[in-house]
Design a protein around this ligand. Structure first.
Ligand SMILES: NC(=O)c1ccc[n+]([C@@H]2O[C@H](COP(=O)([O-])OP(=O)(O)OC[C@H]3O[C@@H](n4cnc5c(N)ncnc54)[C@H](OP(=O)(O)O)[C@@H]3O)[C@@H](O)[C@H]2O)c1
Length: 263
């Protein structure tokens, strides 16, 4: 297998890495888009809802005009869309330096009432699609001097916490963590680092109307400061994981959780 990687090469901030972020039109994804744009990188992001993408269009018109931000409407579970995405990134930059698998869903909030369809859609979106997107990205990532993948996991992958409600969600993220470590091993010979990032509670659309659950979970589990995690804190951790300073980190799951997982 040809790698095309220049082992040991690094980027400096602002050198225009090509970054692909799934689900960048809201929540943590938008925080990631903002952070990578501010670092001088080129960002391609997508989601299913054109309306949500319009928010990014209104926020960053100049970045879009100069080609620093590319927005696409598409579903990460759709193989045809994934192929189109990779083709577009190849046309725009020929290589992909960073892939962040951020798009994710929680279908239902009661673990004992989840249907097989809830399970299928959750696993398809949170686990199978990230794997397929990584697979499709490898030829382009192999052209990068410093390729890195981040899978956005969750603290719910790590223990059967009573504050995690959807079993399908917890299982999907646990699978993502195992996949992260397997991929880190498999892609090490190509110089591609693969890490997970597990947030505690971040107030985003994924919680829907569950404001009471958010408050209770933060109070009980964020033992450090009893507040929600900020998207900027997640984005800062992501920037670190893809930086030259993290050049020896692969196969790790970094918790940004204010102590959620401590007990
Ligand atoms: N918020 C938290 O407390 C928390 C904690 C731990 C982990 N996480 C993880 O963080 C990640 C981001 O979630 P978030 O909290 O920022 O929630 P969010 O605001 O709902 O963001 C999820 C994004 O993913 C996109 N998406 C969902 N399914 C998609 C699909 N099939 N194809 C393409 N895009 C899709 C959504 O856009 P469309 O609906 O337009 O497609 C949305 O923009 C998720 O993986 C989540 O599991 C969140």
């Amino acid at each position: 297998m040809s790698t095309g990687c220049h082992q040991g090469a690094t980027f400096e901030t602002g050198q225009g890495r090509m970054v692909c972020i799934s689900g960048g039109a809201s929540g943590i994804g938008t925080g990631l888009v903002a952070a990578f744009l501010a670092a001088g990188d080129r960002v391609c992001t997508f989601g299913r809802s054109p309306e949500k993408l319009d928010l990014l269009r209104n926020r960053w018109p100049a970045a879009i005009a100069r080609g620093q931000l590319i927005l696409l409407t598409g579903d990460v579970t759709d193989a045809t869309f994934r192929d189109q995405l990779i083709r577009l990134i190849r046309e725009r930059g020929e290589r992909l330096d960073i892939l962040v698998n951020n798009a994710g869903i929680i279908r239902a909030s009661s673990g004992l009432e989840e249907s097989p369809e809830d399970w299928r859609l959750t696993l398809e979106t949170n686990l199978i699609a990230p794997y397929a997107l990584i697979q499709a990205s490898l030829p382009l990532m192999s052209k990068s001097p410093s390729p890195a993948i981040i899978n956005i996991s969750s603290v719910c992958a790590q223990q059967p916490f009573d504050t995690c409600t959807s079993m399908a969600y917890s299982a999907s993220k646990a699978g993502l963590d195992v996949m992260t470590r397997r991929l880190a091993l498999a892609l090490a010979p190509r110089g591609i680092r693969v890490n997970g990032l597990a947030p505690g509670v971040v107030v985003t659309d994924i919680w829907g109307e569950e404001t009471e659950l958010i408050a209770a979970t933060v109070a009980k589990r964020h033992v450090l400061h009893h507040r929600a995690i900020k998207v900027e804190e997640i984005a800062a951790a992501a920037l670190f994981l893809v930086s030259a300073e993290a050049g020896s980190i692969t196969g790790s799951i970094l918790n940004v959780d204010a102590g959620y997982t401590l007990g």
